[in-house]
Every structure is written in structure tokens, then in C-alpha cells.
Design a protein around this ligand. Structure first.
Ligand SMILES: *Cc1c(COP(=O)(O)O)cnc(C)c1O
Length: 457
């Protein structure tokens, strides 16, 4: 027999309400601080450090699989989500919660509304969790469900949308030029569940006019989802521009030290979707974590969360530093005779420089800044690109990005090999393209390595 409503359960529920009211005040307080302060502290205040136990100045790791309860009343209230609880680490974990607090505070920085986050085992898990509930097939069956996405997305996302979502009856409609609002307008209809874009995209650095896309999405009462992995909240906060959901591969820029795989879904409170139930719309990220996430188990390890927490503290300064180095490297490549084209949003002649400048600005300054990702094509054919690539000595050959160490890849034979010739043509990825992510080494040393390798083609 359920004891819900019994005096014991009620007492815990009351205590839980008081705790949540205190947390709300604490959150309102930290939201008044600057970006760096939030990145350094999140919700782990001095008072919280003592509430958590020993007063440790860094958030503790909770490797425990589960939470023990004081008695049956607390257990009942906890498992029914009637009180703040973490129950079992597949669902919630206190260390992960600290990271979720910080990431949601940073994405909602400067917004009149707040947001929540749900951290996952990888960036792909975050994207899958974010889109799946929006694609629930109508119970009556009978008609197709679709979503409209930029074709210039991460290779894994391309496969998820093109293969996995199709398998379950949700059809992707690709936008070849995601910076052209008219293309989106043409593809969206009454059966569209969401719009999805990546900005800047990996590796082509495509950009979208987020404000226009958000307006379009909201006209159809559907959400706009933005993969902001490359920009990070230090350069761009899509929620501020009308997006409903932001997804990240924390593996990349946010976790630039390169020691863990992880992802996050960050959603504004009160998102727009006429396909979700009101309780899901109210706080989508928390809803994802408590229900679909509980049932499918894409949880992050608390050890990874601890690693990401320490990375995020210095996010702004790292993004500024990598961007400065990338600008220097882009300038060098643009003038090199063995280089055919250089794509970097920071170069004034890049066709999307103006659009990127509108959205990508170093937080707490008005300075446009363009991140650490660039791509270029080597003069000649695929074999020349490979000769250059194989001659690199300091720069790592890896399908990776956002690292403190510079890394390079040839997308056609790595990240974008699965999608085939046709898919690569659609996404604009020739065999001579090299993706380079500039890290924290001195720019002159990176330039030296590139120069000697280019001269071997
Ligand atoms: C790497 C990447 C992903 C996938 O993230 P994982 O953590 O590798 O699963 C998604 N989006 C972008 C832009 C990426 O670069």
C-alpha cells in the first residue's frame, strides 16, 4: 500500500521544498556574477562545501552507484521524485549535478530566463537524447514525421539523422546552405518537429542566422536545437538568440585536455514545442534526465564530470588563447603557395565572416572572436594532401578537435568517410581538405611545422 501523503513522507517533502527554495535563491545570486566567476564556482559555494561534508574547495567525486535513504518514507518520496534526490547514478549523480549546474548557468548567462542541463556519456548520446522525444510517432500512425537540419553537421550527427532516425520513421530534410534562411523556410512544414543546426559546423564552419531560425521555428511552434560544441558559451550562447536547446560534445573544446568523452543537453525553461507534454516543455533537460534518460541509460561517469568541471573553470581564457593562435595560423596559411583555400571565419574575406561576427563574441566583451577550428585545401590532389599530412611532426594526426594540443585530420578519410562521396559532396568536403584545430602551443611553432610539411608536397 502506498504511504504517499503519510506524515513521514510529508515531512521529507516539506524539507525538500525548503531545500529547493534555498537553492533557487542561491542560483539567482550566482546568476548575477560574471561569466568567469560562474565558470569557476558554479553552484558549489562555500556554504555548499560544508553542506556536502568536509568543506573541500573543489567539488567532490561521488563514485557511489546509489544513494542510501534514512528510512522507508524518504525512500518512497525519493523514488517518486517527490523530493530532491539522486537515487541511482544512472539517473542522477551529485558530481554530475555540479557540472550540470555550471553548464546551464553559462549557457543561460545574460538570458532573462533560466536553463537546465543533462550531462551524457558522449556528445552523440546528448544529440540522440535531445531529439528522440521530439520524434515520437503519432499514435494514429499514418503520416511521416520530419525534421529539418543543416547538412553541414558533424559526421556522427549526419549518420544519426540519415540512418538511425530514418530507421525509426523520422525523415531528415537537409539544408545545404544553412546560412540561407529561405532554404529553411522552403523545407519546414506542419509535420516538422524541430530545426537543427551546428554553428560553427565541423569542419566547414557553416553558420546560421540563429535569430531568424528561432523565429521560423517558433512560428511553427517547434524548437530550434543548436550544436554549439566549437563555439562554447565563451563565444556564443544560442539561447540568448532564441534557440531552445543547445547540445555539446564536452569531449571537444570544453574538455580540451582530452581525457574524457562526454556530452550535454542544455535547454531553456519553457521551450517551444507543440509535440511535447507541458511537463517536458517546462524543464526539458531535467525531464530528459529523469524519464527518457532513466530508461535508456546514457549517463556520464562522475569521474568524467569531475574532469570537465575542472576544465570549464578556465574556458573563457582558453578559447581566447586558441582563437588568437588560430588567427595567426590562418593568416600564414592564406599566404602560402602550397595552400589553395583557407576557410576560417576570422578572415575578413570569408563569406560568413559578417554573420559569424554577429553571433560569435568573446563573452563579457563585444569583441568578435572565431574559435580554434579552421580548414584548408592543399594545392594538388588527394595524394598531395596526404603527403603534407604524413609530414607533420608536432601536430597530431587525430580525428579530434578543441584540444590544448594542435590536431589535424583529413575529413574525407576519417570523420566524414562513412557518409560516402555523395554525402561529402552535399556537405562540401573535398579529398584535399585538411581540418586543423589549433591549440595552446606558441603559434610560431605550429606555423613552423605546417611550413615544413607543406614544402614536402
Ligand atoms: C565530436 C562532435 C560530436 C560528437 O561528440 P562525441 O563526444 O564524440 O560523441 C558532436 N558534434 C560536434 C560538433 C562534434 O565535433
Amino acid at each position: 500500500m502506498s504511504k504517499a501523503g503519510s506524515p513521514g513522507v510529508e515531512r521529507y517533502v516539506q524539507q525538500g521544498r525548503e531545500y529547493l527554495a534555498r537553492r533557487k535563491e542561491q542560483r539567482a545570486e550566482i546568476r548575477k556574477a560574471h561569466f568567469d566567476t560562474i565558470a569557476v564556482h558554479g553552484m558549489y559555494s562555500v556554504a555548499e562545501a560544508f553542506a556536502q561534508g568536509q568543506g573541500g574547495i573543489i567539488e567532490p567525486i561521488f563514485p557511489s552507484t546509489s544513494q542510501g535513504y534514512r528510512d522507508s518514507d524518504e525512500m518512497e518520496a525519493g523514488l517518486a521524485y517527490q523530493i530532491p534526490t539522486w537515487c541511482y547514478s544512472r539517473i542522477i549523480n551529485p558530481t554530475n549535478s555540479f557540472l550540470e549546474d555550471t553548464l546551464s548557468l553559462l549557457e543561460a548567462y545574460g538570458c532573462p530566463f533560466d536553463a537546465s542541463a543533462f550531462c551524457t556519456s558522449s556528445g552523440m548520446a546528448a544529440i540522440k537524447q535531445a531529439v528522440e522525444p521530439l520524434l515520437a510517432l503519432p499514435e494514429s500512425g499514418g503520416h511521416e514525421v520530419n525534421f529539418v537540419s543543416s547538412a553541414q553537421v558533424y559526421g556522427g550527427t549526419f549518420q544519426l539523422f540519415n540512418v538511425r532516425m530514418k530507421e525509426r520513421g523520422a525523415m531528415v530534410r537537409w539544408v545545404a546552405k544553412p546560412w540561407e534562411n529561405a532554404e529553411w523556410e522552403r523545407l519546414v512544414d506542419e509535420r516538422t518537429r524541430f530545426l537543427y543546426t551546428e554553428m560553427p559546423s565541423n569542419p566547414q564552419q557553416a553558420c546560421s542566422d540563429l535569430e531568424a531560425l528561432a523565429k521560423l521555428a517558433h512560428r511553427f511552434q517547434i524548437p530550434l536545437i543548436v550544436d554549439s560544441t566549437i563555439a562554447t558559451p565563451a563565444l556564443m550562447r544560442p539561447l540568448q538568440h532564441g534557440a531552445d536547446v543547445v547540445v555539446h560534445s564536452l569531449t571537444k573544446t570544453i574538455g580540451s585536455g582530452g581525457a574524457a568523452i562526454g556530452g550535454a543537453v542544455i535547454a531553456r525553461h519553457g521551450l517551444t514545442s507543440r509535440h511535447l507534454a507541458p511537463e517536458a516543455r517546462e524543464d526539458y533537460a531535467t525531464w530528459l534526465k529523469l524519464w527518457p534518460g532513466r530508461d535508456s541509460g546514457p549517463c556520464m561517469s562522475p569521474f568524467s564530470a569531475y574532469f570537465f568541471l575542472n576544465e570549464v573553470r578556465t574556458l573563457r581564457i582558453k578559447v581566447e588563447w586558441f582563437s588568437r593562435n588560430t588567427m595567426a595560423v590562418a593568416g600564414f596559411l592564406a599566404g602560402h603557395p602550397k595552400v589553395e583555400t583557407v576557410d576560417y571565419l576570422g578572415l575578413k574575406d570569408h563569406p560568413l565572416h559578417g554573420l559569424a561576427s554577429r553571433y560569435m563574441r568573446l563573452v563579457d566583451s563585444e569583441r568578435p572572436l572565431f574559435g580554434h577550428l579552421l580548414s584548408f585545401t592543399v594545392r594538388g590532389g588527394a595524394a598531395d594532401a596526404r603527403r603534407f599530412f604524413d609530414a607533420l611532426q608536432r601536430i597530431f594526426r587525430a580525428t579530434d578537435l578543441g584540444r590544448i594540443k594542435s590536431v589535424a585530420t583529413i575529413p574525407a578519410i576519417s570523420t566524414h568517410s562513412q557518409q560516402g562521396e555523395e554525402g561529402r559532396r552535399l556537405a562540401g568536403i573535398p579529398a584535399t581538405m585538411v581540418r586543423l584545430c589549433v591549440g595552446g602551443e606558441h603559434a610560431d611553432d605550429i606555423i613552423k611545422d605546417l611550413d615544413q610539411a607543406l614544402n614536402k608536397t
